[in-house]
Design a protein around this ligand. Structure first.
Ligand code: CA
Length: 760
């Protein structure tokens, strides 16, 4: 095997880094390094015996040198372009397309845009498999530039060899190539010729913290890394990962752990919050318990805990008013609720009311209590009650109840039994005021016409349901003397009519009566001709008197009271003849009875004083008074002037057979007879005498007689006597009566002055 010829040394910016797999890596030389690596040395080699595919070329380089070159900068390119010989197929370098990306195979890093050094028009990937890279060395154009080529092309392998061996400088520094040797430039944190010493940092011993350290180079040495963690629920303040720096200090201050904060909780409305804070206000470990006011129930967790994540367990609870069962309006009523905290919850108040005609029984309102129950019981709307109705006597009641027995809406119809008629409304209704319409009806027995007792009869009714109504029964009877014609009783039917016809009382008949002889019959018929109650009065003609009953009556037996009467002439008292007298009677119907006439007469010297006859009248009395026979009177005599008179009377003063004697005073002369006697004719037997004076008797007579004929006549008849008489007459006016007597004494006794004077 040919070993490539070293083409020269050059102080270029190259360093060798030992890879973990013992592969030399080509690093990038910064400008600052260039001067330093001047002392470093590496060599380029190429295969001068044959050409290789890219793979073969790399294998060649890795076998005898380090690897295919990794060209990094233009200086290196220029060096290679100058140093290497021209080869027609040029040289493979350590770039290859891996996975479609141009990659430095030594470091397996992608080719950066800045490092690209492609020839113009390259890479062109002409046949789609130009995955390896060649470098034009000493080409006429584009010399030193790159071109992509198929990897199976055969070209020279361009290798390089590093001075530093694998794993140099304890792998803690860079191996700097020097001529024939190397030196270690320790990475920060390391020191010593082979970088075997490590920088120490202060030992970390934090409290209350968890620390997990890795000490790649020794406890708390360079690059020791401590990850500081906090216990669950705690939050780190500060950097979490501390690294021991080459400056012997930690990369940051030791962090601390504080409890993780949770959001501040607030008290739920209508509730309370009670927190216990273990590590700080509202921080990990804090526990808050919730409670609610009376009447409210907690919805959500009773307590919440601040978790390690800074959040509270559970959701925020709230205080919800305790629910009461939902209330409904009562039947026929309404519900009016006011909700303080929510529908039908604690504090809700529901008022109840009823429709017209209904009244609320139970509470007027209910309240939802903290117990979730309602105060009071459920009210009901009850139809307003009307008084219970009962069927009218003798009737029926038929009610329909809409809302309850005898309550608002109830309607009751009334009817009556047969024979009864409804008085009042046919139906009544219970109104909203709890009263019934109309008045209570009643069943009134159907009326029949009022019956009256038959004439002369009696009516005896028994009224079952009312006067002369259905069911009434009337029995008829007649008074004594009457007999019933027709039904004995009648009954008021349901039709309002009476059974049968009206009966009557007929008077019982008696035999027909007739008038008695000389009499009359006068009947009054109360009930009918000659029937019970008829009364017949009997009477007789004038002068006749009834013997027997004056009247007869038709009795209830049909017989007449008493016997048949007769008419008998009326009796007058038996007359007897007056003293000095005689009686002569004629009797028409019987002795001294009606029609009898009795004539009276007197003896001589007596005159009949009273009626000459008497008749028996219808009254049973005699006409006139009983006559008597009186002595005939003569004119009464008086004593003459200047004289005296002395009489003796046998039958009476100045009557038949009376005797009077005259006398004159001294100085006077009696002129005429001394004694006079009253004769049967009523005349005195003689003229009475006068007591005369001597002298002018005649002169007085003349002076007086001028006015009267009587005076003339008297003058003619006698001289002084008459003149004396007239003078006396003028003194006594009453003498006129004596001179003109009445006719009472009758003709036999007529006693006139003329006659008297004539008799003189
Ligand atoms: Ca190409």
């Amino acid at each position: 095997m040919d070993v490539g010829t070293a083409v020269g040394l050059r102080s270029a910016g190259r360093t060798w880094t030992l890879g973990s797999r013992g592969i030399c890596y080509l690093g990038i030389a910064a400008i600052a390094w260039v001067t330093r690596v001047e002392v470093g040395a590496w060599t380029y080699h190429y295969s001068d015996q044959g050409d290789y595919t890219w793979e073969q070329a790399r294998n060649y380089c890795q076998t005898f040198f380090t690897d295919l070159v990794a060209i990094q900068n233009k200086q290196e390119i220029e060096f290679l372009n100058e140093s290497l010989p021209f080869h027609g197929r040029y040289y493979w370098i350590g770039i290859r397309k891996l996975g479609g990306i141009w990659t430095w195979v030594g470091t397996r890093k992608a080719l950066t845009k800045e490092a690209e050094n492609w020839a113009v028009g390259e890479p062109n990937n002409r046949r789609s498999n130009q995955d390896c890279v060649e470098i034009y060395i000493k080409r006429q154009q584009e010399s030193g530039k790159w071109n992509d080529e198929p990897c199976n092309r055969r070209k020279k392998a361009l290798c390089y060899q590093a001075s530093c061996q694998p794993f140099p400088c304890s792998q803690r520094g860079e191996c700097v190539e020097t001529i024939g040797s190397y030196r270690c430039e320790c990475y920060p944190g390391f020191y010593g010729p082979e970088c075997e010493d490590v920088v120490q940092c202060p030992k970390l011993e934090p409290k209350g913290v968890r620390m997990n350290c890795s000490h790649p180079y020794g406890d708390f040495s360079y690059n020791s890394t401590c990850v500081v963690g906090c216990q669950e629920g705690f939050e780190r303040r500060g950097v979490g990962t501390l690294r021991c720096l080459a400056s012997q200090r930690w990369s940051a201050d030791t962090p601390t752990c504080t409890a993780i904060s949770c959001p501040v909780l607030s008290t739920p409305d209508r509730g309370e919050l009670n927190c216990s804070h273990l590590h700080g206000d509202f921080a990990f470990g804090s526990t808050c318990a919730f409670s609610c006011q009376t009447g409210f129930v907690l919805m959500g967790p009773e307590s919440r805990e601040c978790t390690v994540t800074g959040t509270w367990t559970g959701d925020a609870p709230r205080c919800q008013a305790i629910s009461c069962p939902v209330l409904g309006a009562p039947d026929r009523g309404e519900l009016n609720c006011s909700h303080l905290h929510g529908d039908f919850t604690f504090g809700s108040t529901c008022a109840f009311s009823c429709q017209t005609g209904f009244v609320l029984t139970g509470p007027e309102s209910r309240e939802c209590t903290a117990m979730g129950t309602w105060t009071g019981d459920a009210p009901r709307c009850k139809a307003i009650s009307c008084p219970v109705l009962s069927a009218p006597d003798r009737g029926e009641l038929n009610c329909s109840h809409l809302h309850g027995d005898f309550a608002f809406g109830s309607t009751c119809a009334f009817s009556c039994q047969t024979g009864f008629v409804l008085m009042g409304p046919e139906s009544r209704e219970c109104t909203v005021t709890g009263t019934w319409t109309g008045d209570a009806p009643r069943c009134q027995a159907i009326s029949c016409p009022v019956l009256s007792a038959p004439y002369q009869g009696k009516l005896n009714c028994s009224h079952l349901h009312g006067d002369f109504t259905f069911g009434s029964t009337c029995a008829f009877s007649c008074q004594t003397g009457f007999v019933l014609m027709g039904p004995e009783s009648r009954e008021c039917t349901a039709m309002g009519t009476w059974t049968g016809d009206a009966p009557r009382c007929q008077a019982i008949s008696c035999p027909v009566l007739s008038a008695p002889d000389r009499g009359e019959l006068n009947c009054s018929h109360l009930h009918g001709d000659f029937t019970f109650g008829s009364t017949c009065a009997f009477s007789c003609q004038t002068g006749f008197v009834l013997t027997g009953p004056e009247s007869r009556e038709c009795t209830a037996m049909g017989t007449w009271t008493g016997g048949a009467p007769q008419c008998k002439a009326i009796s007058c008292p038996v007359l007897s003849a007056p003293d000095r007298g005689e009686l002569n009677c004629s009797h028409l119907h019987g002795d001294f009875a009606f029609g009898s006439t009795c004539a009276f007469s007197c003896q001589t010297g007596f005159v009949l004083m009273g009626p000459e006859s008497r008749e028996c009248t219808v009254t049973g009395t005699w006409t006139g008074d009983a006559p008597r026979c009186q002595a005939i009177s003569c004119p009464v005599l008086e004593a003459p002037s200047r004289g005296q008179l002395s009489c003796s009377h046998v039958h009476g003063n100045f009557t038949y057979n009376s005797t009077c004697t005259f006398s004159c005073e001294e100085g006077f002369v009696q002129m005429g007879a001394e004694v006079l006697q009253c004769a049967a004719t009523g005349n005195w037997t003689r003229r009475p005498p006068v007591c005369a004076e001597d002298g002018a008797v005649l002169k007085q007579v003349l002076a007086y007689s001028s006015g009267t004929a009587l005076g003339v006549a008297s003058l003619v008849l006698s001289g002084t006597l008459i003149a004396l008489l007239v003078k006396r007459l003028s003194d006594r006016e009453e003498k006129k009566k004596l001179l003109n007597p009445t006719s009472d004494l009758g003709s036999p006794g007529t006693f006139t002055n003329a006659a008297y004077n004539a008799n003189l």
